[in-house]
Ligand binder design. Structure first.
Ligand code: NAP
Length: 262
């Protein structure tokens, strides 16, 4: 049973204005309780843009020590360790392992879309291989390298997708890679006895990947990456007590990320 202590609203007045997060307006993102993630050591892949960058910024604002991994630096400031690395490159993956000490949380957000709206019959082989390599093979190989660095009770979060739970025409290798990620996380949940293994579907979110996937969509109709961070904050807390499984970040928009946590 999830443990939900009576809510202790430590965070309400403590807005931290991070320039990269924009103003703390309704729906723009959560208020951060400084210190709620103190002493948590967290690695986020795909942290140079979009959702991964917003998650890394939110973790840092809540007190965590953060390693931000991508081929480009996150630009999140001196308190975030940028690890510039290509997750498909063995030397790049080794740089991650060399950069970290012990890790409490790993978030796998790095991914590529591949050619949008392309039927399987016409999907280019090179794109297929690149998407599978980035979105799932790299996740497995990073897990193997980082596992010796996991603290007791590690939390592993994978960024899934709606098309990784129900296939949709034209989503090609991207959808297949997210189905694979869901399966990988189910296997992992059985191997991590404590079971802090969470597959999170962010839902359509205002990022460059979404713009490439749905060019005719008005981005203003979508939540910002900052708005969907409350669930990721909650899952990174040391006392998180949600069972392993599938979650939707949209269910947590405008929720107190520290609900039930001291
Ligand atoms: N946005 C949505 O609507 C949506 C919906 C469902 C799921 N998702 C998932 O959410 C996650 C984040 O997506 P996003 O929309 O924020 O996309 P994004 O803005 O394109 O960010 C993707 C991130 O992955 C990194 N990346 C890509 N290839 C990499 C590589 N080979 N090595 C290291 N880093 C790499 C990119 O950094 P560099 O280019 O600097 O390497 C970037 O930081 C993805 O897993 C995506 O599948 C997004």
């Amino acid at each position: 049973m999830p443990h939900f202590a009576p809510p202790v609203n430590l965070f309400a007045p403590l807005y931290v204005f991070e320039p990269h997060l924009g103003p703390a307006e309704p729906g723009a993102g959560p208020a951060y309780a400084v210190g709620m993630l103190d002493e948590r050591r967290i690695l986020v892949t795909g942290a140079s843009s979009g959702i991964g960058r917003a998650i890394a910024a939110a973790y840092q604002a809540a007190g965590a020590e953060v390693w931000a991994v991508a081929r480009h630096p996150s630009g999140l400031g001196e308190r975030v360790h940028d690890v510039v690395a290509d997750v498909t490159d063995p030397a790049g993956r080794q740089r991650l392992a060399d950069a970290v000490t012990e890790l409490d949380v790993v978030v796998h957000a790095a991914a590529i879309l591949g050619p949008p709206n392309t039927p399987l019959s016409a999907y280019p082989e090179a794109d297929w291989r690149a998407v599978i390599e980035t979105n799932i093979t790299a996740v497995q190989l990073i897990h193997q390298l980082l596992e010796p660095h996991y603290a007791p009770l590690p939390t592993i979060i994978g960024l899934s997708s709606g098309v990784g739970r129900k296939g949709r025409a034209g989503w090609g290798a991207y959808a297949v890679s997210k189905f694979a990620l869901e399966g990988w996380m189910e296997v992992l949940a059985g191997e991590v006895p404590e079971g802090r293994v969470y597959s999170v579907n962010p839902g359509a979110t205002r990022t460059r990947m979404r713009a490439a996937a749905a060019p005719d969509e008005d981005p203003a109709t979508l939540p910002s990456p900052e708005a969907i961070t409350p669930l990721f904050l909650h899952l990174a807390h040391r006392d998180v007590d949600l069972p392993a499984g599938r979650y939707d970040a949209r269910d947590w928009i405008d929720r107190d990320p520290w609900d039930g946590l001291a």
